[in-house]
Each structure stands twice: as structure tokens, then as C-alpha cells.
Design a protein around this ligand. Structure first.
Ligand SMILES: *Cc1c(COP(=O)(O)O)cnc(C)c1O
Length: 346
């Protein structure tokens, strides 16, 4: 059935092996992040077979799914846990990224042996105690914590504010780690590979949480294809349901589209336009990269995507399939759509 996504686990395996090898030479442990593929168990298995020692996900639903399918973990919860989810994590999750004293203490009460990594915000403004308030907060949590242990400090950049790693923001976390005597310094995500390549990652950093690099071979924050990894791990195939020559600019006054946006159209005259059977419910259309030459994605509504195929090399017909590579956000939405079939190439 179309639309379908073909996910090449062989490429992902080779990417992971390369990363694990490269990182371990520098004394850095790779944590394998599965959230992009909703905790797909076959992916977790490939991570583990490639030398990853900790599997991480942002949602307990995904971790439970892996556990049920026989993945032993150990698991790391990389979204700071909602208090209401803590009872669900007992006996399942070993490592926790946290940023609230109340959460730390509750985990300590309910989950014996939990290992906590205290998140420090070095400027991306997502989770974590601000770096200049970190020592005080972490020391105070350590004093009152029972049964669980703060084993390290961590930070996340690139995901929310799009902040890039610098010598300065790296220094910030290492400085805190020294004062609070943290054994683990955990950074993420993929964008930190840039620091490693440039030799800017302090030697104290001993863990990187990575998803995108292994899964897509790209770094969206650093805006690059990672040269030593493989891309094209995910291919989307979608069927053409209408193929007609039409003007390139709509007729009549323009209001807002179905997504509440004001669309802008460039007048290229009459064009051959294909409608393919998927839309905003399944995809972020701006992250679709056509694999057929001369094909351009124009715009989507909830269930339809318009593609300009005037310059396509192939002669197309209704019922034909167009193929696309996907960036991170397009992959995320397509994976999560129940209307897109997933084919896992092993
Ligand atoms: C998503 C996430 C990662 C992995 O990021 P990638 O850029 O996909 O490698 C690491 N850490 C945390 C806390 C995350 O939320």
C-alpha cells in the first residue's frame, strides 16, 4: 500500500558502527536514541548489535514497546519525566535526564537504584537549570536524595533554540561537572559531532546521545550531510492521483489555506501538476526531497500534496509512484502517521 516508507536498517547499522568506533576511540560512549522511529524494536536491536550500550527514548510508550519485544536495554529516559509518569518507569528505565528537584526526589522515593543525569541549560533554552544556578541546585538535590543517585550532568543544544556548540558553552557544563563531582558528562544531540571533529569537545565529556546522525546521516542544526555517514536511509513512495495542466497561480482573492497560512505562488504559466495522496497529516512537505529529476514539491493541504512535474524526465501517469528522501521533521511526521506504511529493510 502507498504511501509507504522504506527504512534501510543496513545503512543505519553501518552508520552506528562507524559512530561507535569513532567515539569509543575518544573514550566517549554513544547512547542510541530511538524516538524518531517511535522505539522501533528492530532499530534498538541494531543499535545494541553495533556496540551501543544504552538505548534512549523520550516516551515511556516507546520504551515499553521495546521492552515487550524483548529488548533488555538498559534504557534512558531523555525527556525530563512528568511526575505522573514516574510510576510507569519503575522496573523499566534505569537512567533519567532530570531538571527539577521535585522530580529527582520523587524518582528517589519510588525507583530504587535510579541513575540521574542533571540537565544544565547552557543557552539553548529548552530543559535544564541555568548553568549559573546549577551547582547550588544540584548540591541541594544530592543532599536530600534517597535510593537514587545523581551520576552525572548533561546538556542538550540544537533542538529548540538551534544553538551550536562552542568552546564557551562546552566549558560551562564541564565547570559544573567538576564542582558537583559528576562521573558522567552527557551531551546531545547529533550537532555535538561537529565539536568532536573540530577537536573542541573537552576530554571530560564521556557520553553523546545520538539519533539523527545514525538514522539519517544528517545534522539539521549544523545544516549538513555528515560526510562520513550514509544518507538515503529513509525513502517515501507516494502515488499520483491526479495529473493535469493548470495555471501556477490560483484564481480569485487569496485568503488563508487549510493550515491557516497565507500561501504565496510564483507565476510560471501553465504547468503539469500532480496531486499525490498524502498531506500535512502525514508529512512536513518542505522536508520532502524529490528523487526524480525535474520534480518540485509545491504545497500541501491535510491530505493532498501538489507536485510540479512539468520538467520530469519520465513520462508520468495517474497511478505512478513518486519517490522522496526526507529530512528530520518530514521523517518524524511520516513515521508517526498511521496512514504511512513502514517497510523495514534488514
Ligand atoms: C532528541 C534528543 C537527542 C538526540 O538528538 P539527535 O539530534 O536526534 O541526535 C539527544 N538528547 C535529547 C535530550 C533529545 O531530546
Amino acid at each position: 500500500m502507498f504511501p509507504r516508507m522504506i527504512i534501510d536498517l543496513n545503512k543505519i547499522r553501518r552508520n552506528t558502527e562507524k559512530l561507535v568506533d569513532m567515539l569509543s576511540k575518544k573514550g566517549i560512549e554513544m547512547v542510541g536514541v530511538t524516538k524518531l522511529f517511535m522505539g522501533e524494536p528492530s532499530l534498538a536491536r541494531i543499535y545494541l548489535e553495533s556496540g551501543v550500550k544504552i538505548i534512549a527514548d523520550s516516551r515511556i510508550w516507546n520504551i515499553n514497546r521495546m521492552k515487550k519485544m524483548g529488548i533488555e536495554g538498559p534504557f534512558m529516559m531523555i525527556r525530563i519525566p512528568p511526575l505522573s509518569h514516574i510510576p510507569l518507569m519503575k522496573d523499566v528505565v534505569k537512567f533519567y535526564l532530570i531538571s527539577e528537584p521535585e522530580v529527582a526526589l520523587r524518582i528517589g522515593e519510588e525507583i530504587k537504584g535510579a541513575k540521574l543525569i542533571y540537565m544544565i541549560d547552557v543557552g539553548d533554552l529548552r530543559e535544564g537549570v541555568m548553568y549559573y544556578e546549577a551547582v547550588e541546585e544540584i548540591e541541594s538535590v544530592k543532599k536530600s536524595l534517597k535510593n537514587a543517585e545523581v551520576i552525572g550532568v548533561g546538556t542538550n543544544i540544537g533542538c529548540f533554540g538551534g544553538v551550536l556548540p562552542t568552546r564557551e558553552n562546552l566549558r560551562r557544563i564541564v565547570d559544573v561537572a567538576k564542582v558537583v563531582k559528576a562521573d558522567v558528562i552527557s551531551v546531545g544531540g547529533t550537532v555535538y559531532l561537529i565539536s568532536l571533529e573540530k577537536g573542541e569537545l573537552p576530554k571530560e565529556v564521556n557520553q553523546i546521545r545520538i539519533g539523527e546522525a545514525a538514522l539519517l546521516g544528517t545534522d539539521v542544526t549544523g545544516s549538513r550531510k555528515i560526510p562520513y555517514l550514509e544518507q538515503g536511509t529513509v525513502i517515501l513512495e507516494v502515488e499520483i492521483i491526479e495529473l493535469k495542466i493548470k495555471p501556477s497561480v490560483p484564481e480569485g482573492p487569496i485568503g488563508y489555506d487549510s493550515m491557516g497560512r497565507k500561501p504565496v505562488f510564483e507565476d510560471k504559466g501553465r504547468r503539469l501538476r500532480a496531486i499525490i495522496a498524502l498531506g500535512e497529516q502525514d508529512i512536513n512537505p518542505s522536508g520532502m526531497i524529490p528523487l526524480d529529476e525535474g520534480v518540485e514539491v509545491i504545497h500541501s493541504s491535510s491530505d493532498h500534496t501538489i507536485v510540479d512535474v512539468t520538467d520530469a524526465q519520465k513520462v508520468l501517469r495517474v497511478g505512478d509512484i513518486l519517490r522522496f528522501q526526507l529530512n528530520y521533521s518530514a521523517t518524524l511526521r511520516a513515521v508517526t502517521s498511521p496512514y504511512v506504511e513502514k517497510v523495514w529493510l534488514k
